[in-house]
Design a protein around this ligand. Structure first.
Ligand SMILES: NC(=O)c1ccc[n+]([C@@H]2O[C@H](COP(=O)([O-])OP(=O)(O)OC[C@H]3O[C@@H](n4cnc5c(N)ncnc54)[C@H](OP(=O)(O)O)[C@@H]3O)[C@@H](O)[C@H]2O)c1
Length: 281
């Protein structure tokens, strides 16, 4: 596989382990994921879906076993009040710059680190356009990037027009985008095209859960049989070959190994890739 390098020259591992919905199993699963070979971890400072502090517990356990901070890629997110319940990791009545500061500082504490590899805006405030609140949050995130306390900044759950506007007007355009990726939307083609043109790394999630029809498709099953893999692995390999960086949230040790195996164990032909793209179309 080609190395994945951001436009500001930071390398990202080719597969990310996602920690959403793991609840009290978070620490055990993060440790297992790293022991299984994952070196990139995605979380968020948002207690509705993530247990960031338990990711930190796993990092402490891994450090005890000799894991160096620099060998892991840690990505977390700022989630605005609309994506939080009453357990905001910041003073919800404070201005947005303060909210980002408090959330960022608490993420560093949770993760027992003095820098992040990637800090992501969990989503713009609305599905349409970017408003002043988005710009205030982005400016606060840019400051952390400029100060070197995060190696990159990014945005999630973003529409193509919003990404375009951000790239045009921001002082620092995002290095990464993280979106749910539906085959029926051409695997998020509009957003991926902007990413490609701007040199932004596209991270895809819900690749399996959002694309059950593709997994069941006879063409995918045939390809899987031929390359000696299962259909899920074929999807992960396909997205890698079209230039995406996938996330997986598996809770199973064998599945962790199976997911990582797609990086090395087989390759799809151009014809296979086109076939899978056309199922999506
Ligand atoms: N930015 C956002 O708003 C946002 C939203 C959602 C997710 N995310 C991120 O993306 C991460 C991944 O989420 P996701 O939605 O893609 O994953 P997910 O919902 O956790 O889905 C993974 C599913 O695929 C199954 N799976 C994975 N590998 C498998 C294999 N080799 N064989 C069989 N089943 C397999 C898992 O089952 P098993 O557990 O049985 O393996 C699980 O049911 C999250 O943890 C989070 O970090 C971000």
């Amino acid at each position: 596989m080609n190395r994945i390098v951001t436009y500001n020259d930071v390398e990202i591992p080719p597969f990310i382990y996602g920690t959403a919905w793991k609840e009290d199993q978070t620490a055990r699963l993060v440790e297992l994921a790293v022991d299984s070979g994952f070196t990139a971890i995605d979380t968020a400072n948002q207690l509705i879906h993530y247990q960031e502090a338990l990711v930190g517990d796993a990092l402490l356990a891994l450090a005890k076993k000799g894991m160096k901070r620099e060998s892991l890629f840690l990505q977390t997110k700022f989630t605005s009040t609309s994506g939080q319940d009453h357990r905001t990791p910041y003073d919800a009545s404070a201005d947005l710059t303060t909210q980002v500061k408090q959330s960022f500082d608490s993420s560093l504490k949770h993760l027992h680190t003095d820098y992040l590899d990637s800090y992501v805006l969990h989503g713009p405030h609305s599905r349409w356009g970017l408003n002043q609140a988005d710009w205030d949050v982005w400016a606060a995130m840019e400051e952390y990037y400029q100060a070197g306390t995060t190696k990159m900044i990014g945005i999630s759950n973003v529409q193509a027009d919003q990404l375009k506007e951000l790239c045009e007007k921001a002082a620092v355009k995002p290095m990464v985008v993280q979106n749910r990726c539906y085959a029926v939307m051409g695997w998020d083609k509009d957003v991926r095209e902007i990413c490609k043109a701007q040199g932004i790394i596209y991270q895809g999630f819900s690749l399996l859960t959002a694309n059950q029809d593709v997994l069941r498709d006879p063409a995918v099953r045939d390809i899987a049989k031929r390359v000696g893999a299962n259909p899920l692995q074929v999807i992960f390999r396909f997205v890698l070959q079209i230039g995406m960086l996938p996330l997986t949230g598996t809770t199973n040790e064998q599945h962790m190994k199976d997911d990582l195996a797609v990086l090395t164990q087989f390759e799809l032909s151009t014809d296979d890739v086109q076939k899978i793209e056309s199922i999506a179309g």
